[in-house]
Design a protein around this ligand. Sequence first.
Ligand code: PAF
Length: 280
Amino acid sequence: MYIEQTIANVKKQVKEWRAQGLSVGFVPTMGYLHEGHQSLIQRAVEENDKVVVSIFVNPIQFGPKEDLESYPRDLDADCTLCEKTGAAMVFCPEVSEMYGEGFSAYVDMNGVTAELCGKSRPTHFRGVCTVVCKLFNIVTPDRAYFGEKDAQQLAVIRHMVRDLNMNVEVVGCPIVREADGLAKSSRNTYLSPEERKAALVLSRSIQAGKAMIQAGEKNGDRVLEEMCRILSEEPLAKIDYVEMVRWDSIEIHHQADVPVLVAIAVYIGTTRLIDNFILE
Ligand code: PAF
């Protein structure tokens, strides 16, 4: 497996693969990889001749008071996981390689970024779209793989690719959970043992909301009310948002009568966790 730090080397290698008629899959990550990321890499390996994984903690998608400095990092373990899972290349650039002096071009999205995490983290998706656009230009993948845990991110990337006519197929992959239901996340490592137990309230609330809709409840407000009730029973949990939106446009929606995303963001202590379910 190649481990590359420069854009030039990635482009050179991808060009060689292209010349051999090989397809390229791409999994963008911020590292500290877990089974959720691994499932994306596995799927990419199944569907493409070569798979590139990027590992880059992207500073411009963090707000000024967020966890950029403390974000967990372990490049050696990440490379081992990528190699074991069948990736052909890890691209792990320095910040200066991605954002050289005088960097001034950004990709900004409206509409689809207005609610949920876009509302709580106003500069987040500008940072995500900018880095993903750059990575797509560097790797030029046929397919790119994103987890449904970051459901709004997946929707935003799909809109970006459509609106900017990018030649890449965006593939969404299901949430991977711990045995007790907690959605896998690199940020779970921030939780103390007590908070780790408290964090299960997210998946409990998600399961309850999903079960209500599956049992025939169409009224979104009633579903969200019940989910909030469950979350408020946990003293360590502080709700950021609990919302139902249209899955295609991420607009607030009150009826489960079209494909909907029900998404939550909850602080457990100082750690902000997200979870969701999608009903197509
Ligand atoms: O989902 C993530 O890990 C990041 O937002 C991404 C897509 C790698 C962009 O930095």
